[in-house]
Design a protein. Structure first.
Lengths: 556, 215
């Protein structure tokens, strides 16, 4: 005799198996963990604290660890393989982001501020970025040489006394990095991330002088006219002879260094979570896939300490450098494989070895060369959102779940064509083809990202109650990817010693609550899109007096 | 046999040959050499070629400075060819080397063993220890299939035949030393290639990390 335990049975079996495996982790996690009030929209991580010690992960050690050791070790991670078995049986074994609120959103924090996806940023405001747009006023005085990094440049003080880092575009590629940086930082800021104030600039040799102390080497550091000439010789020039560069205003506060993605900064009691477990860092993946920001190593982030009073203050976390976005790399146009493969991509390397080199990588089919020097290699035809790979595997991206990916995708989808055009125009490309090319490809990529994630997680969001009716948005319909469609609702209610469960079908994104009657005080719903395999949205409501309120939302 | 051993575990000269039977044993020579060399190539990519041919000639005339020092000629011809397998990242590469030394003049009839052509360096037989074979002439033929696995890094599958002989007519395919193996090739620059190879032969499995080649 055989017994068919069915799909739910397998799922239960898999869940039990996963729980057994995860039990030690749960036991550890329960001790001493502080959870925020889960309906909050603010993380309250700006409480005044003493300045934490500066420090950052070693650059090469971090790169080797994340880029090589972790992927190789992961291959031999036996518990992970056992969890994979549980996953095939339908169990959910991935750990979700720890800092989401009751509405499945990341609260405002020192890392992230909810912006465009909750309230469309006006185009004029979006173009301004973190501050109103302003560039370093000339003449400039060089105060220090630029140390580290690929690009040539120097530190300056402008005519208003402000300190900037000037990074030249690579020779032959005017506006390649500076344009990419400007567009990327404008989009990232509108998305909600903290970014530095960067501006694409043009200047001439005569606009720059060298600080006399630097010329003399008064502080042990020399920078001569010959050094300036050799630095400028590595830079890109426009047709009129102007140099092309990014000017990055020094970030306010005391620089603490790059954060580790594995643990909160020591001494920062406001920061409760390992960064890789934060929703806003896991959900950064779709954004980076959109703008092809492949350089997301720890050192592309920066922590600063901002004093508020009596030497106390708080830490603010920035995405520091997005100049390697779109078709740009630090030393010129991106290599074709950039954005499609990690620097050491174990999976693709193994496939190539096993197939004697006959495996066909997507980037080989992609026609990335734009033919525009200020754009480089960027395309959207062959592009698949899920195939994006950063230079070095990012711990938060590796831990990303469908809920995190959906969250990031809805931010990407929130950008209108007009906003995208405004962001691209903020770079002030001299070549008009660059603007059109980037806008067109960003729109196609945005739609691909939305389609991908909205097919995995039902894009039903922003639930609220008005006029005794539960209303929500179908984001795929809102952004024009789908026409109006129906929804399947399974709901359970309870209250006054009674309970019930029913199913209904909706033709609109609203559900009258009057039918629940007076006895029901709590309702939980599972709403899916009719005919779509995507994971359903889970919503809970509670009645307070005569009013229903949404108390919890979970996507997928 | 002495419990001591020479380089790579090989027996010491004194353990194999009777004293006096090896020309120039315990005798250093002083020579002056001059020559010509040429390097001709038509390649699509000097660092990681996938199509083209490459030829190299090196000929030297060596004159002994002392009365008992030998006079001889030394040469090395090398030819390489590359053919892509439907794509630049998959390449069949072929390499042939013919090298030798030949006494010159009436006074030189034998050559110091350390001046003989040896299977070492870029002429090492893949599955054998370095300097395992030496004679007046050396022939080496190799075919390998390379395929890119990472940026600038290729995997290599190789088959090699190598032989040494006292004269050209004495080469025998039947007695040639075969090697089969594979490894990795990293092109650093147009003239510098790092190779990690593992090759099996009748004498076992050998591995070598080489930094001195450009093939």
């Amino acid at each position: 005799m055989s017994t068919d335990i069915g799909r739910p049975g397998w799922r239960a079996l898999g869940t039990a198996y996963a729980l057994l495996l995860l039990w030690p982790a749960f036991a550890r996690a329960g001790a001493g963990a502080t959870q925020p009030a889960d309906s909050t929209w603010a993380a309250h991580d700006r409480e005044p604290i003493a300045q934490p010690p500066a420090g950052e992960p070693g650059y090469w050690a971090q790169r080797f660890h994340q880029g090589f050791t972790e992927p190789v070790v992961h291959v031999f991670d036996i518990p992970d393989k056992l969890l994979w078995v549980a996953r095939t049986m339908g169990a959910s074994t991935r750990r979700e982001a720890v800092n989401v609120n009751a509405f499945d959103e990341a609260p405002n924090s020192a890392w992230f501020t909810n912006r465009n996806h909750v309230r469309a940023v006006p185009v004029a405001e979006l173009r301004g970025g973190p501050d109103s747009a302003f560039a370093p006023r000339k003449p400039w005085t060089i105060k220090h040489a630029k140390l580290g990094g690929w690009s040539a440049g120097f530190q300056i003080k402008d005519a208003d006394g402000k300190k900037w880092m000037v990074k030249l575009d690579s020779r032959g590629y005017a506006q390649l990095s500076s344009g990419a940086d400007m567009v990327a930082r404008t989009l990232l800021h509108a998305a909600g991330y903290n970014v530095p104030h960067n501006e694409p600039v043009r200047f001439q040799r005569d606009d720059v002088s060298i600080d006399p102390d630097l010329l003399r080497g008064a502080d042990g550091e020399w920078f001569t006219a010959a050094d300036l000439d050799s630095t400028l010789a590595r830079g890109a020039v426009f047709a009129d002879g102007d140099y092309s560069a990014t000017a990055s205003l020094f970030i306010a506060g005391h620089v603490l260094g790059a954060p580790s993605m594995y643990r909160p900064r020591p001494g920062d009691s406001n920061d409760q979570y390992a960064p890789f477990n934060r929703r806003e860092l896991r959900g950064l993946f779709p954004l980076c896939a959109w703008i092809n920001n492949w350089d997301t190593e720890d050192h592309q982030f920066l922590d600063t300490f901002v004093e508020t009073r009596d030497s106390l203050g708080h830490v603010v976390h920035y995405i520091l450098d997005a100049g390697s976005s779109f078709g740009a790399a630090a030393s010129g146009p991106k290599q074709p494989r950039a954005g499609y493969e990690n620097l050491f991509d174990l999976a693709w390397t193994a496939r190539r070895i096993a197939t004697l080199g006959f495996a066909e990588e997507p980037w080989r089919r992609a026609r990335q060369a734009s033919g525009i020097p200020s754009v480089g290699n960027y395309e959207s035809d062959v592009y698949r959102p899920e195939d994006f790979r950063p230079l070095v595997p990012h711990p938060a991206f590796r831990e990303m779940t469908d809920r995190d990916g959906y969250w990031g995708a809805k931010i990407v989808a929130s950008f209108s064509d007009a906003q995208i055009a405004a962001a691209v125009e903020s770079a002030r490309y001299a070549d008009p083809r660059a603007r059109d090319y980037l806008v067109r490809n960003l729109i196609v990529r945005r739609d691909k990202i939305a389609r991908h994630w909205f097919a995995r997680v039902a894009p039903l969001d922003f639930f609220f109650v008005r006029d005794d009716t539960l209303r929500y948005r179908d984001l795929a319909v809102d952004v024009g990817l789908e026409r109006s469609r129906g929804y399947d609702v399974e709901f359970e209610w309870e209250g006054a010693g009674s309970s019930g469960a029913e199913r209904v079908q909706l033709s609109d994104a609203e559900w009258p609550l009057r039918g629940l009657g007076r006895r029901a005080t709590h309702v939980s719903l599972r709403i899916s899109v009719t005919g779509l395999e995507a994971a359903a949205a889970h919503v809970e409501l509670a009645r307070t007096g005569d009013r229903w309120v949404v108390t919890r939302v979970r996507h997928g | 046999m002495s419990p001591r051993s020479g380089y790579n575990g090989s027996p010491l000269l004194a353990d194999v040959f009777a004293p006096g039977s090896v020309p120039f044993e315990r005798q250093a020579t002083r020579e002056l050499w001059y020559g010509v060399a040429a390097d001709l190539a038509s390649l699509d990519d000097a660092r990681d070629p996938s199509r083209g041919v490459h030829g190299r000639v090196d000929a030297r005339r060596v004159s002994g400075l002392g009365a008992s020092d030998p006079d001889f000629d030394e040469w090395r011809f090398e030819a390489r060819a590359y053919l892509p397998v439907f794509a630049k990242r998959r390449v069949i590469a072929v390499r042939a080397v013919y090298a030798g030394v030949e006494p010159r003049g009436a006074t030189t009839t034998s050559l110091p063993f350390y001046r003989l052509t040896q299977s070492k360096g870029t002429m090492r037989f893949a599955g054998y220890y370095s300097e395992r074979f030496r004679d007046r002439q050396l022939l080496l033929g190799r075919i390998e299939y390379r395929w890119e696995v990472l940026y600038r890094l290729s995997a290599v599958a190789l088959y090699e035949l190598g032989e040494v002989a006292p004269r050209a007519g004495a080469f025998s395919l039947r007695h040639a030393h075969q090697s089969r193996g594979g490894g990795l090739r990293l092109g650093l620059s147009d003239v510098s290639v790092v190779r990690l190879e593992f090759a099996a032969s009748r004498e076992g499995l050998r591995s070598v990390l080489s930094l001195d080649g450009d093939f």
